[in-house]
Write a protein that binds this ligand. Structure first.
Ligand SMILES: Cc1ncc(COP(=O)(O)O)c(C=O)c1O
Ligand SMILES: [Zn+2]
Length: 431
């Protein structure tokens, strides 16, 4: 086994995780704050005792053990790189969000069985609390005093909030032109929030430089040097969906894509549940959703490429605006291997889909959710999704964070004097 870094100590406690392994060449590394293979530069992933060719019996996790755990992501701690006592650590305990049976939306779209996994219910109102909670444990293990990230908005708020709860410093980096609510949320929890004149891809490049500089010493960048751990947090979305469906894999699932990490790990989680005998194996299809104004993966899928050509983002779905997605090629692999697809929608369709979801299910999604529901609608209309199959669609963030997307269209029906006459006239105008 290659020694990762001098930073590693013998007191690390990553629970069931045993190593990092290269997704490309399989090389193994000690658990450390590293993210790329030194042999082939492939991304590193967390490996467990049961990771093939390991021993599937090594986990010995049962449905009953999981079901008796807390109503948050720590019910899956035996499947994550975290210590057994993680639930007693100071953290935001995200997860166990609602899986909503979306009968109204399903009826409107012509889908027989549709569920929405509504991750806007997390502590900072996006799925990013899941990934940060795992990265936080890694930061503790490695003795980092500052939690950091490059962010398209949601991650910055999740990091500053988690750091506040854990008593760590935070310094997070965002493109300076993000939505007002994302900026406020990322700064209200304290720590330092730095806006950078440039795209997310510029911010990410800057953070990679900072890691190599003494300024960034002892900093845990959740999505850079802690990325293998961070990424494992997305598995909990898949674990919850399967458990909430009654320990069943969905037939088809639609997932938004920025860097592609979330989609890649949802697939990893389904495979782990099968390998561990926690769910019965059956085929599932994974569909990826992008906004047309930042659709490098969808463009590659449609062109039949296995590489992703970077783009300069221009879309209202700023949380998904990553022009050079690190896990893009893996998203292509997974969509093709499972029989899924990658599709995109225009900004107008994003707005329309936010309103459709709100009107039919009482769920107000941020623009990323509008992208996913929009792609769901398009895939059904194009006959790509099976209308009779059990379908899950993710809403990964809260509409209150991207009010501008709909504020011109979602206005009062009328503004009147407080009199019955005025009300009668107003509603007559709108009947
Ligand atoms: C609300 C929301 N959904 C989905 C994503 C996509 O995440 P990933 O980079 O894992 O593809 C992001 C990323 O920032 C996000 O903020
Ligand atoms: Zn490698």
């Amino acid at each position: 086994m290659v020694l990762a870094t001098a930073e590693t100590t013998t007191s690390l406690d990553f629970g069931p995780a045993v190593a990092l392994s290269c997704r490309e060449c399989g090389a193994r590394y000690d658990l450390g704050p590293i993210f790329a293979c030194s042999d082939c530069f492939g991304p590193l992933e967390v490996a467990y005792a049961w990771t093939p060719p390991g021993d599937a019996g090594a986990a010995k996790v049962t449905r009953e053990q999981i079901e008796s755990g807390p109503a948050n992501i720590w019910r899956y701690r035996a499947l994550l790189p975290v210590p057994a006592d993680v639930a007693s650590h100071r953290n935001l305990a995200p997860g166990w969000t609602k899986l909503v049976k979306a009968e109204n939306l399903g009826r409107e779209l012509g889908l027989r069985s549709l569920h929405i996994k509504d991750d806007s219910g997390n502590p900072t109102h996006s799925f990013k609390d899941r990934v940060v909670a795992i990265a936080l444990e890694a930061a503790r293990n490695f003795g980092f005093h500052t939690l950091s990230c490059s962010s398209t908005g949601n991650l910055a708020g999740a990091v500053t909030a988690a750091a506040a709860r854990a008593g760590l410093d935070a310094c997070v980096f965002i493109p300076s032109d993000l939505e007002e609510a994302k900026i406020v949320m990322a700064s209200v929890y304290g720590g330092r929030l730095v806006g950078i004149d440039g795209t997310y891809d510029d911010v990410n490049r800057f953070c990679s430089e900072l890691i190599g500089d003494p300024l960034g010493d002892k900093w845990g960048f959740v999505n850079v040097n802690l990325r293998p751990y961070y990424a494992e947090g997305s598995k909990t979305l898949a674990f919850e969906i399967v458990e909430q469906l009654g320990w069943r894999l969905p037939d088809q699932i639609v997932i938004p894509v920025a860097s592609g990490s979330q989609l890649t790990k949802i697939d990893k989680a389904f495979k782990e549940l099968i390998a561990l005998g926690l769910v019965e194996e059956r085929p599932y299809k994974i569909f990826a959703a992008q906004a047309l104004g930042c659709s490098p993966v969808s463009a590659a899928f449609k062109a039949g490429h296995d590489f992703v050509r970077p783009v300069k983002p221009d879309t209202i779905a700023k949380s998904l605006a990553i022009g050079n997605p690190a896990d893009g090629p893996y998203v292509l692999d997974i969509a093709r291997r499972t029989g899924g697809a990658v599709e995109d929608v225009t900004d107008a369709e994003v707005v329309d889909s936010i309103r459709l979801l709100a009107r039919t299910e009482g769920i107000f999604a941020e623009t990323a959710g509008g992208v996913t529901v929009g792609v769901l609608r398009k895939l059904v209309a194009n006959g790509v999704l099976d209308p009779d199959a059990e379908t899950v669609v993710l809403n990964t963030g809260d509409g209150l964070k991207t009010l501008d997307a709909v504020s011109a269209l979602a206005r009062p029906t009328a503004v009147i004097r407080p009199s019955l006459d005025a009300f009668r006239t107003a509603i007559a105008d709108h009947s």
